[in-house]
Design a protein around this ligand. Structure first.
Ligand code: PDD
Length: 287
């Protein structure tokens, strides 16, 4: 069964899906994206993902490629056409196609839109959750607007590659004061000695993850205390638990960082509880 992509108004075979060589996403990383989970045939947290898309587009003054209602129909159709029951959709909006020039193209230049969907390997996710993952720490060398979910992910890609070459699965960005920021494609959490769930305030140089926001709803129901504050690498290394969150994987326990074992080297119970409760609490939209 061929994969189908939605590209600027048409559903096309993945192998035939193309954008123009002068698309500003290609030349300037002048675009934004969202990744959203599909689970048991339902789209997870769609409203929050589209709200964040709206914010990202607004911050960069990129026009919506179509109405929100029309985009929801395109997303559902793309998920349906790819027969995704457990997986994700990816959507990307760029400032469109124009002769290469750093300044914005003429008013009225249409934004480009691509939507893809794919199934993910559920057994790999179960395994990563059961065993936990390894991470490394890296200095944050990104621009300071990482609150915008831009497609400019070169630093993140290099950091993930560095993690892979070190036998790890995630790279954790550290700021110039030795404080933890977030992962290359995840938010980072610790459980402190008092049992608080601690994560960096989203106003300070990280992406406000949708999973992070919904996890706060989950924690409230489970009566787990949440504290948004800065925490250092040393505090993370000594934490009761460390875990990372992102759409499509909810949370993964981190059992080793920079080659050092976290707690007893096994996944902790808090991240497991959150994982079990997450889907029930999250918003679910029918395909
Ligand atoms: N990444 N921080 C960064 C830098 C991210 O790229 C992501 C998501 C997150 C978590 O956000 P959310 O919970 O909304 O997925 C935090 C996506 C999954 C990606 O780039 O593939």
């Amino acid at each position: 069964m061929p994969r189908i992509a939605y590209v600027n108004g048409r559903y096309v075979k993945h192998s035939d899906a193309m954008v123009h060589i002068e698309d500003r996403g290609y030349q300037f990383a002048d675009g934004v994206y969202e990744v959203c989970e599909v689970r048991h045939g339902l789209i997870v947290d769609l409203t929050r993902h589209l709200d964040r898309l709206n914010r990202s587009l607004g911050e960069l003054r990129i026009a919506w490629p179509m109405s929100r209602a029309a985009l929801i129909q395109v997303i559902r159709e793309t998920v349906r056409r790819n027969h995704v029951r457990n997986g994700l959709f990816y959507l990307q909006v760029t400032r469109g196609v124009a002769r290469r020039d750093h300044v914005f193209p003429a008013d009225g230049t249409p934004s480009s839109i691509v939507v893809t969907a794919k199934s993910t390997d559920q057994s790999a996710i179960v395994k990563k959750n059961a065993n936990g993952i390894k991470a490394i720490t890296v200095r944050d060398n990104r621009w300071d607007r990482v609150d915008i979910k831009s497609v400019g992910l070169l630093s993140n890609a290099l950091a993930r590659q560095q993690a892979k070459e070190a036998g790890a699965q995630e790279a954790i960005y550290i700021d110039h004061n030795g404080m933890v920021k977030e992962g290359a494609a995840t938010n980072v959490w610790i459980v402190d000695p008092d049992g608080n769930l601690v994560t960096r305030p989203a106003e300070h140089g990280i992406l406000r993850g949708i999973t992070r926001t919904t996890l706060m709803d989950v924690a409230a129901i489970l009566e787990l205390p949440i504290v948004e504050r800065f925490f250092s690498v040393e505090e993370m290394m000594a934490a009761r638990e460390v875990f990372i969150t992102a759409a499509t994987s909810i949370c993964f326990p981190v059992v080793a960082i920079d080659g050092e074992t976290i707690a007893n080297g096994h996944p902790g119970s808090v991240s497991q509880k959150i994982r079990e409760a997450f889907f029930d609490v999250a918003e679910k939209t029918a395909i």
